[in-house]
Design a protein around this ligand. Structure first.
Ligand SMILES: *Cc1c(COP(=O)(O)O)cnc(C)c1O
Length: 514
């Protein structure tokens, strides 16, 4: 009897353990998601967890962590599209499981890409005869497009040098010091020397005269930018073309031009149709454009177009035969999504020339509103140009007590993401703030931003000058004797910029400009 009751107690307690375990396991469906054990432990960061997580919990946890990302619509640092029509969102979601490279399986997607290539080539005035197919392809972005264009120039130049029995082991490319980082990547990855034309204060793009001076027999191409990343300014491609034609005639070389129209390629044809920067100029052999910038598609699409078949060496092209047709491909990667290509085709036919023009005009007007608001404050120099990509780049007239980095920092409190950065050599003592105006940046937001910048200035005026105080302390600590020579404004500005550059570089390694 006694024995049996003891056994009962044991069984009971075991049963209880099993039951309580079962209850705690079911708590994720019974109790609040946030109180469930999945949300009560910290997330794995280095090793894949042993066990699975229910889908609702996984979703919630990741969704919540992502809340701390900035709001893309208020990210004024980027040219990249942050809004599309719901109809296009739907087309993209419907195609999210299509691999672009499966051309046999998705011939319509391939066809849409080819239509985009042709439309863009015509937009850039490629010399095509009636019914002739354009030469070009879709890429992940302008970076891949530039790698491909650069490789084509390198191979063409090598072939020519070999034919002439000349050495071809020291190729170089001439650009302005304002080039986007992808050109530096191209140069390093594919072993081409990058010869950069230096900038100077007040002139932040490549000087065509200096660029042509730098061209030598090993120059595979001169890369001009239509819409400098730093201040949106268009480089003078026509002048570059004319000067280079002259030099080619004198020397017998045939140095070509590539136009990096990542941001300007979908601006100039609509706002400045008479500006000659594209295939109307004989030396322009290839052009890239980011579909995900003013092409108005979400991140993940770029285009490269060649003037003609002769400009793309045949040995770089791989041929895929499907359904009896020949599909030439020239890409760095193999698989990629189809959605962006479908979305680009949507935008091209949905908006048409009229729609793009309308959107770009609106962007330009909003840029004007912002620029005028900033000018009215009397505190800023405007570094961007009226003709160019719709953005406003500006620097403080007086940054001796508070500077652009502090303005950027304070604007974050209002939700705005506005980058501050220093210019490349020889204008590295200039710091600018840059606001990119995209389709979804409305007039109301532009006016609000002006107000918020004014509030920031007002708040900063009330604060002690952080950096000059820091400099004074640093000087004292390092025992620097205070020689009371009056520093020039430029010296003071340089000193402050250097100190801030260091301060910011220590805090984060990228400057957030893309
Ligand atoms: C954005 C940009 C690039 C890089 O383009 P991605 O599409 O982001 O790869 C290259 N050049 C210029 C001038 C740019 O503005």
């Amino acid at each position: 009897m006694v024995k049996s009751s003891c056994n009962d107690a044991l069984i009971n307690s075991r049963l209880h353990m099993v039951l309580s375990k079962a209850v705690s396991q079911s708590d994720d469906s019974v109790h609040s998601m946030f109180a469930s054990r999945y949300c009560r432990t910290s997330l794995p960061k280095f090793k894949m967890p042993e066990n699975s997580t229910p889908k609702e919990a996984a979703y919630q946890i990741i969704n919540d962590e992502l809340m701390l990302d900035g709001n893309p619509r208020l990210n004024l640092a980027s040219f990249v599209t942050t809004w599309m029509e719901p109809e296009c969102d739907k087309l993209m979601m419907d195609a999210i499981n299509k691999n672009y490279v499966d051309m046999d399986e998705y011939p319509v997607t391939t066809e849409l890409q080819n239509r985009c290539v042709n439309m863009i080539a015509h937009l850039f005035n490629a010399p095509l005869t009636e019914g002739e197919a354009a030469v070009g392809c879709g890429t992940v972005g302008s970076s891949e497009a530039i790698m491909l264009a650069g490789l084509a120039f390198k191979r063409r130049w090598q072939n020519k040098m070999r034919e002439q029995g000349k050495p071809c082991d020291k190729p170089n490319i001439v650009t302005g010091a304002n080039v986007q980082v992808c050109w530096e990547k191209f140069a390093r990855y594919f072993e081409v020397e990058l010869k950069e034309v230096k900038l100077r204060e007040g002139y932040y793009v490549m000087d065509p005269e200096k660029a042509v001076e730098m061209v030598d027999k090993n120059t595979i191409c001169v890369a001009a930018i239509l819409g400098s990343t730093l201040n949106g300014e268009f480089e003078d491609v026509k002048l570059l073309n004319d000067l280079l034609l002259e030099k080619n005639k004198e020397t017998g070389w045939d140095t070509p031009i590539h136009v990096d129209a990542a941001s300007g390629g979908f601006i100039a044809p609509f706002l400045y149709p008479d500006l000659e920067w594209d295939f109307r100029l004989p030396l322009v052999k290839s052009i890239n454009v980011s579909g995900h910038k003013y092409g108005l598609v979400y991140a993940g699409i770029g285009w490269v177009i060649w003037r003609s078949k002769e400009d793309l060496p045949e040995e770089l092209i791989f041929h895929i035969n499907y359904l009896g047709a020949d599909q030439p491909t020239f890409t760095l990667n193999f698989s990629k999504g189809s959605s962006q290509i479908i979305a680009q085709y949507y935008q091209l036919i949905r908006l048409g020339y009229e729609g793009y023009k309308n959107i770009m005009e609106n962007c330009q007007e909003n840029a004007q509103v912002l620029k005028e608001g900033l000018e009215k404050s009397g505190r800023f120099n405007i570094v961007s140009r009226d003709i160019g990509v719709p953005l406003v780049a500006f620097s403080l007239k007086d940054n001796s007590s508070h500077n652009e980095f502090e303005v950027a920092d304070m604007l974050r409190r209002f939700g705005w993401i506005v980058p501050a950065y220093t210019m490349p050599p020889d204008a590295q003592h200039i710091t600018v703030l840059r606001v990119v105006i995209r389709e979804d940046f409305s007039r109301a937001l532009a006016e609000r931003l002006v107000n918020d910048i004014e509030k920031v200035l007002h708040d900063l005026d009330a604060l002690p000058a952080k950096i000059s105080a820091k400099l004074a302390i640093a000087d004292e600590q390092s025992g620097v004797a205070h020689v009371h020579l009056k520093k020039t404004d430029l010296e003071v500005q340089r000193e402050i910029t250097t100190a801030w550059k260091k301060f910011v570089a220590d805090k984060k390694k990228t400057n957030g400009v893309c």
